[in-house]
Design a binder for this molecule. Structure first.
Ligand code: ADP
Length: 252
């Protein structure tokens, strides 16, 4: 079994402030296809705050409001996933972590037993930080770091980040027309890891730097990361299902 973790960010999962149902459906369909191709897939999903906002439009600039929106939205988000996975005859499950779970070997061991058991039974774990009580990723990160830890500690071969950008470029492609895609990256420079954060929109809080930090962490632990578009899943499908590297960046 090839164990992977897929991470999808807020920007991909939301549209005009609510959940982008068609993109969520495309993602669920991809996961179903991957599972029938022998992959064990866990999903790290943002979107709880956006789902909550559709029910109660609190000011999202306030962290306290985002905590409350996450509490409202998390069950709604899971319900949407459950309905979509059910179309493929699949069960999904909710796994919420506090930010410090990876600081404790005991907690990691307990969590891994649960994840292993879910995967062994064909269930898709849908993982998120418990944003209501631990605000780290709400403030900064948008789950890039959480997903790298999930991939490492739960022994996945690869983390797949589905982003609003389709690859890593030699400079920000939204600022520079002549930016060139980097297909394979083996090493990340110190200055790239500490560069200024560049979140692309008001809800995406990670930017490219947290992705590079995640890739660096995984490569140092002998694992891989693949960064590709979450809007158009053809590159990630080609890479994972057909073994063709057409687009996206492989960190290896
Ligand atoms: P996500 O969809 O995962 O939330 P973000 O919006 O947080 O993604 O981060 C991706 C953004 O990072 C891109 O839209 C792009 O504007 C910016 N960026 C800055 N530098 C680069 C680079 N060298 N390669 C790719 N994207 C970059």
């Amino acid at each position: 079994m090839k164990r992977i973790v897929i991470k999808v960010g807020t920007h991909v999962l939301t549209e005009n402030g609510s959940i982008a149902r068609e993109r969520m459906m495309a993602l669920v369909e991809l996961i179903a296809e991957l599972k029938s191709n022998g992959y064990e897939v866990s999903l790290v999903s943002s979107g709880a705050v956006a789902a909550g906002y559709t029910q109660l439009p609190l000011d999202r600039k306030e962290i306290a409001n985002r905590q409350a929106l996450a509490a409202i939205g998390q069950p709604l988000l899971l319900k949407m996933y459950q309905e979509k996975f059910a179309k493929f005859g699949l069960l999904c499950s909710q796994v919420l972590f506090s930010a410090d779970v990876f600081d404790s070997a005991k907690h990691v061991t307990h969590a891994k037993v649960a994840i292993d058991t879910l995967l062994a039974n064909g269930v898709v774990p849908i993982i998120n930080e418990n944003d209501t009580v631990s605000i780290e990723e709400l403030v900064f990160g948008d789950n890039d770091r959480l997903s790298a830890h999930v991939a490492h500690y739960f022994d996945a071969k690869m983390l797949v980040i589905l982003s609003d950008i389709d690859a890593l470029y030699d400079k920000d492609p939204n600022q520079h027309e002549d930016a060139r895609r980097r297909a394979v990256v083996n090493e990340i420079r110190e200055d790239e890891l500490s560069a200024e954060h560049t979140p692309n929109n008001e809800f995406a809080t990670g930017g490219i730097v947290t992705k590079l930090q995640s890739a660096d962490f995984l490569m140092k632990h002998g694992r891989e990361m693949f960064l590709a578009s979450g809007f158009d899943l053809s590159d990630v499908r080609a890479f994972l299902v057909h073994g063709e590297h057409r687009g996206g960046t492989l960190f290896s």
